[in-house]
Design a protein around this ligand. Structure first.
Ligand SMILES: NC(=O)c1ccc[n+]([C@@H]2O[C@H](COP(=O)([O-])OP(=O)(O)OC[C@H]3O[C@@H](n4cnc5c(N)ncnc54)[C@H](OP(=O)(O)O)[C@@H]3O)[C@@H](O)[C@H]2O)c1
Length: 344
């Protein structure tokens, strides 16, 4: 066994440029481990990297996708934190062990080759072990890498969430539903928005969100948030929209609350005066760049002891047609939660 299937994007115009090829299985050095990738989860980021519109650096001919979980099959002589046979997740930033990443450009699946391949070498010290008696599937574990740590960092990275507080989630994609699962398990009152009543009904039934708002039929959805919170606003907003939703998110926040700036899904109509809006709410606004290995370890521990399931909603196989279908499906916006590719 010396060859593997690797997907690379050589065109950078569309996910349709992502093609498979055969490549050697790499060797490891003393500090590395070789991981047999079992599952990969997709992120909105993977779509915009693929079509060339990602705001960060991307190397030519990169291997896509940041979120992978797998089994350790070789261990370098200096690696002590994992052994052959362990299930592990591969961190988004290979060298961000704690605190804020000093090198935002080196997220996996852009400048650093990603996980859409059968085998990957990584720095042994960077991986996080999933407990042996885990209830998580490999797909669920993979979803912890970017989405999970982003959600955890948004709730616990600065002003820490406490039970009984309220959290507003924009849209029903991976970040929102994962944060919903974590926040509910920690005792939050949760509000979610969506463009679709059908999705809202589903999320209420399956994930038990407290309140739902359709942002299409309620274009002034911040007023609904204020109505639901008796005029006070919410303690946390997980801001997926960016410049197009920030004014409404600030209007939705409680005085002294915290907004985690996560995404850029909504195009701005006009740029609001963010400084004066923030002043008027005495709120905090914090940019999130996924998070650290330390946060991943906290997240794995929480999900493990609380036996939480991550929102894997749609699964695809590791073949050319299925990989294309997975990206197409994510891009269609039909999904709720996470889309995964089972590699093995
Ligand atoms: N900063 C970070 O570290 C970090 C980490 C992860 C993700 N992100 C970013 O966070 C965002 C969400 O990522 P994701 O992976 O969760 O995406 P996703 O799974 O593709 O979810 C996108 C969902 O957001 C909703 N949406 C789309 N446009 C919207 C709008 N204008 N207002 C409100 N909701 C809207 C839609 O839900 P409905 O169909 O229900 O309306 C859509 O299905 C992306 O911009 C991504 O790049 C950032």
């Amino acid at each position: 066994m010396s060859k593997q299937i690797v997907y690379r994007n050589s065109g950078n115009k569309s996910y349709k440029d992502i093609k498979s090829r055969e490549e050697p299985i790499p060797d490891i050095d003393g500090h590395e481990v070789l991981i047999k990738i079992k599952a990969v989860t997709l992120n909105y980021r993977d779509l915009v990297i693929a079509d060339g519109s990602y705001p960060g650096p991307v190397k030519a001919n990169y291997v896509p996708c940041s979120d992978g979980a797998g089994e350790v099959i070789k261990v370098g002589s200096s690696v002590q934190n994992v052994k052959v046979g362990d299930r592990v997740v591969i961190p988004f930033y290979p060298t961000n062990f704690y605190g804020v990443s000093k090198n935002v450009g080196n997220g996996t699946g852009a400048v650093v080759d990603g996980v859409l391949q059968q085998y990957k070498t990584v720095l042994g010290e960077s991986v996080v072990k999933i407990p042996d008696d885990t209830h998580l599937s490999y797909g669920e574990a993979a979803s912890l890498v970017c989405t999970g740590v982003t959600a955890w960092n948004s709730l616990y990275g600065a002003i820490r969430f406490t039970a009984g507080q309220s959290v507003l989630l924009l849209g029903t994609g991976g970040v929102s539903i994962t944060t919903l699962v974590l926040a509910r398990a920690a005792g939050a009152v949760t509000i979610i928005t969506s463009s679709s009543d059908e999705k809202l009904k589903y999320v209420k039934e399956k994930y038990g969100v407290d309140y739902t708002i359709n942002y299409k039929t309620h274009p002034d959805w911040e007023k609904e948030v204020l109505r639901l919170t008796k005029g006070e606003g919410v303690d946390f907003v997980i801001e997926n929209g960016g410049a197009g939703t920030i004014a409404k998110s600030i209007a939705s926040i409680k005085r002294g609350g915290q907004i985690a700036i996560v995404g850029f899904l909504a195009q701005p109509t006009e740029m609001p005066n963010v400084t004066s809006l923030v002043l008027s709410k005495s709120c905090s606004i914090r940019g999130i760049s996924v998070g650290s290995k330390q946060q991943m370890e906290e997240l794995v521990q929480f999900v493990h002891v609380k036996k939480l399931h991550m929102p894997v909603e749609k699964e695809f196989d590791f073949s050319d047609d299925q990989v294309q279908a997975a990206f197409q499906y994510l891009g269609s916006g039909a999904h709720v939660g996470k889309v995964i590719i089972n590699v093995d």
